[in-house]
Design a protein around this ligand. Sequence first.
Ligand SMILES: O=C(O)CCC(=O)C(=O)O
Length: 298
Amino acid sequence: MRRPLLPLYLLVVSLGCCQGLNPSQATSSFDRVLWQKSSAAATPTTNPKSSPYDSAAALEAFFAPRFCSSCEVLSLDPPVVLMRGFLSPTHCAELVAAAEDEACEYGAGFVGSTVRSDQEDLQSVRTSSTSWLNPANGELPDGVHAILKDIDDRVGAICGVPRHHLESLQCVRYREGERYNYHLDTIEEYNDFPCGGRLASCLLFFNEDFDGGQTHFLELGVRVTPEAGAALFWFNCHLPFEMDELAANGSDAQAALLKKMRPDARSAHAGLPVTRGTKYAANKWVHSVRFVPKDNEQ
Ligand SMILES: O=C(O)CCC(=O)C(=O)O
């Protein structure tokens, strides 16, 4: 896969002003409460600089055909992009099989998601299960290893960071009735971790033979119906202006600046309840500096 001329985060340094928060878009009072909490957890900012991406076409041209066969810009500011044909059906099936494998060395199959104290009740409404595919935990089948490397290479290249800035693949499984309520993938406190917060997220969809289970960005009014083999990419933080300059210098200051990222409340999203069948997907999270697990979860 060809490396982009400029990493995406350098090109989308700022996409205009932060919109006012609009909790009226919440679909129920329960959602509204969660949304208020997630909004409070993130600091909105104003950004006077205009975006180099002032049209969906320009953003699309960045993603396709470099990273996927085609793409759809679901939000320009902040960018939320659905990449179609990111994974082949065979690769999706191989990753699901590996994630389900309870007898493997590298993981233990799916386990119920645990409550995370850092977002407390926001995270506690996750009822799905997760399975980490981490080569460091044991030998992965060669085929799976190659697929994971290819995912890392492409997602890293979108953000202009090397592979070791990415977390290993967290596969998620939602059975009927399961959901993950509105939450942010990064919060201010994550800046204190050695690896900093999560600069960007890429959610891979492995199947589509279920009902419900859309990914919903409440503030943006973006609701994504999973498509097998597609990947949904977005940034979790406001990107500082100075990045172009710092990156051009290859300076450590760039990493330092990004480590102090401000979460973008507009990136709050949910995995809506699955109403029939089982949904399989996976998270690939990107950091601005080398990723070091903060505990033994990977
Ligand atoms: O499953 C989804 O649609 C969202 C998943 C998600 O937000 C997460 O696992 O952090």
